[in-house]
Design a protein around this ligand. Structure first.
Ligand code: ATP
Ligand code: MG
Length: 339
């Protein structure tokens, strides 16, 4: 669909996100285990107690939450022939994700991330991703088969750190768009990536195909190349992006579109234990609710609830929520779904 046709549909008040019936939501990118320090402090320069392995990787958290809330879901990725890979694939499969396009790479370990929080909330990481099995993610026959029947592609910006993933995502976007599907994009933009000419071109190519943009922090301004929120929103909507949903951490979130204007949603009040994964679960709940036919206000409420529940649990994928859990959480907070 070109930008004009997309805007006409948006103006007509219809979702430009492909309905669930067209096929699963598919993403591409890293599967990792996360191992975290049990104490707050600086880095890993001395022996210390750790807890993990927990299933992780932003694309994996996202797709797990899509399946948990009831959407059809699949992921293109790679793990090693080891316990870390086995535990990740088992979690995704148990939660309902199609794992047929997760390759097992002999001789490479599953990706990992060691993380420790500092007193100010900043994090120190030791990553093993590029040289792990995740770094060998390829467009396999199984991946092509999954993408050929997909209804939606979710682009997780973090995956661009792995060489070769951008090509897989661009092919997936072309295939899925050609069959009437849609695209969402969580930039997770690293400034270093945007500064290079090739990186900026890649982001612009993905933006040109994006129906739903899910930025947080200053990613909205960076994506648009504008100085204010209002100017960035106007510019991106004029480019033909159907809807923008801005994540504002403990300050909630806002939807912007030509069809619905601006819709704000306050955050739920919770005790934050571990913020990792909030943005991924939020995006998954929003997208899946919209693909199921809910209007933005209702989808935002589910998304805010999913993000809030995530931060109350230690471990990046431990806070994913089923639809019934979200309904109970929303009701317990005295809020109503306006469907
Ligand atoms: P990530 O750290 O996963 O990249 P993000 O920066 O993409 O996250 P956030 O804005 O931090 O996204 O979180 C997404 C959503 O989760 C928020 O819009 C909000 O609805 C919910 N959320 C996050 N943190 C909190 C919190 N402390 N209390 C309540 N809700 C929260
Ligand atoms: Mg984010």
């Amino acid at each position: 669909m070109d930008g004009c046709a997309r805007r006409e549909r948006a103006l007509a008040g219809r979702s430009i996100l492909a309905p669930e019936a067209l096929g699963p939501t598919v993403t591409v990118g890293e599967i990792l285990v996360e191992i975290m320090a049990t104490t707050i402090g600086a880095g890993f320069l001395a022996p210390q107690s750790l807890i993990g392995p927990f299933p992780s990787g932003a694309p994996a958290i996202f797709i797990d939450q899509v399946a948990k809330i009831g959407g059809a879901a699949g992921i293109v990725s790679a793990v090693g022939d080891d316990d870390f890979g086995t535990l990740n694939v088992a979690r995704l499969r148990d939660d309902g994700v199609d794992v047929s396009a997760i390759a097992t790479i002999a001789g490479k370990p599953t990706g990992s991330a060691f993380v420790r929080y500092r007193p100010d909330g900043a994090r120190d990481f030791v990553f093993n991703i590029t040289h792990s099995a995740a770094g060998d993610t390829r467009m396999t026959e199984a991946a092509r088969a999954l993408i050929a029947r997909a209804g939606h592609v979710h682009v997780m910006g973090s995956a661009f750190a792995i060489p070769g993933i951008a090509e897989i995502l661009l092919e997936a976007i072309a295939v899925v768009k050609a069959r009437g599907g849609s695209v969402s994009f969580d930039p997770n933009i690293r400034k270093e990536l945007v500064q290079g000419e090739a990186g900026r071109r890649l982001i612009d190519d993905v933006l040109a195909a994006t129906d739903l943009l899910l930025p947080s922090g200053d990613e909205l301004l960076v994506a648009a190349g504008e100085a204010t929120e209002a100017a960035a929103v106007e510019r991106l909507l004029s480019l033909g992006i159907g809807e923008i949903v801005l994540k504002r951490g403990s300050a909630g979130s806002s939807h912007f579109s030509t069809a619905f204007g601006r819709v704000d949603c306050a955050a739920f009040s919770v005790e934050e234990i571990d913020p990792t994964g909030a943005g991924d679960c939020f995006g998954a709940a929003y997208l899946t609710s919209r693909r199921a036919g809910l209007p933005p206000a209702a989808a935002l409420l589910y998304a805010n609830a999913a993000g809030a529940r995530t931060v109350t649990k230690q471990g990046p994928m431990e806070g994913v929520s089923g639809k019934a859990e979200l309904d109970r959480f929303i009701a317990a907070a005295g809020r109503e779904i306006d469907a």
